[in-house]
Design a protein around this ligand. Structure first.
Ligand code: NAP
Length: 283
């Protein structure tokens, strides 16, 4: 098995943050094969969710187990999964008792994740989206904190949190602070400038999704295409490299081996300060 942990952005809550993450949404029965391939190509961080509507978590577990059987040690991999509140589920396939109190839903979902992933801990447990009801939000986060304290999750995170004030409030009030924010990276939220600044200040790892699919204008922009020509890289590689040099950890869910290789190869070159500024000016 080849490859190594692709770059290391910074240490957060004693967990080594990966430089790039392989995402497993929408792969259904191809999940095991694609995750195995991604790990063989060199990915060391995998994102999934206990949300059967979009993710096949048991496929991720089967791939990880196969890699461990082949000699990889579990700590070489960074595995993160999510607790998805009820509105995010297909009502026919909720992986917990929908009538249970929120804390029990979290515990049941997490027990399913550990079973699916064939592991006794995850590197990060992410709340897929905040709950609008403040009481329920507190109960859910506290249940995640219990999992953290019991050693089931090495760190906690939150996703789809585009309101900086909500993130700051969670950070202020939580006993176990969010160590990861996973958000859509697109123009509609001003590319999360304020949230990313807060993450930088608090050493929270900011993970981006929709990075390529939501940004065709950016990928076609002259600033990006000129850099692509200069470095003999694709526009996607330039954007991913720009992000990793700006404390963003991109998720990539590519199904193509060629794209997997390209995504991992972003750590082979470096944009200059002036080039970073040029790309930043067209965001
Ligand atoms: N927290 C959330 O709510 C949430 C929501 C959405 C996604 N996610 C996570 O983020 C992951 C990534 O999802 P995404 O929405 O950003 O999109 P994605 O699944 O990564 O899709 C990227 C698209 O870009 C194409 N592509 C072209 N060049 C590429 C290159 N060099 N590298 C990678 N892809 C390239 C891919 O096609 P090919 O397959 O042909 O390469 C694919 O169609 C998901 O798997 C999931 O883990 C989380």
């Amino acid at each position: 098995m080849q490859g190594q942990m692709a770059d290391s952005a910074f240490v957060s809550a004693s967990v080594r943050s990966p430089g790039i993450i392989y995402g497993t949404a929408w792969k259904q029965m191809r999940t095991e094969e694609l995750v195995r391939t991604a790990i063989e190509q060199g990915f060391r961080a995998i994102d999934t969710a206990c949300q059967p509507r979009h993710y096949h978590e048991p496929g991720v577990g089967a791939a990880v187990a196969a890699c461990v059987r082949d000699g990889m040690s579990r700590p070489e991999l960074y595995l993160q999964t999510k607790f998805t509140p009820l509105p995010g589920h297909d009502p026919q396939r909720v992986p917990y008792d929908p009538a249970a109190p929120p804390a029990q839903q979290v515990a049941q979902s997490f027990a399913t994740s550990l079973r699916n992933l064939q592991t006794d801990y995850v590197d990060c447990l992410i709340l897929h989206s905040a709950l609008p009801d403040q009481d329920q939000m507190i109960q859910v986060w506290e249940a995640m904190e219990q999992i953290f304290h019991a050693g089931g999750a090495r760190q906690l995170g939150i996703s789809n949190c585009s309101d900086a004030a909500s993130l700051q409030s969670l950070y202020r009030t939580a006993e176990v602070k969010p160590a990861v924010v996973q958000n859509r990276f697109y123009a509609q939220t001003g590319y999360d400038h304020e949230i990313r600044e807060f993450c930088r200040q608090q050493a929270i790892s900011y993970q981006s999704f929709w990075t390529l699919t939501a940004n065709p204008r950016l990928l076609a922009h002259g600033v990006v295409t000129t850099l692509a020509a200069k470095y003999a890289r694709s526009a996607a590689q330039i954007l991913f490299r720009y992000l990793t040099q700006n404390d963003v950890v991109p998720l990539t869910g590519t199904t193509s081996v060629a794209h997997m290789r390209e995504d991992l190869a972003i750590f082979e070159f470096q944009l200059t300060a002036a080039e970073l500024e040029a790309v930043g000016s067209v965001l």
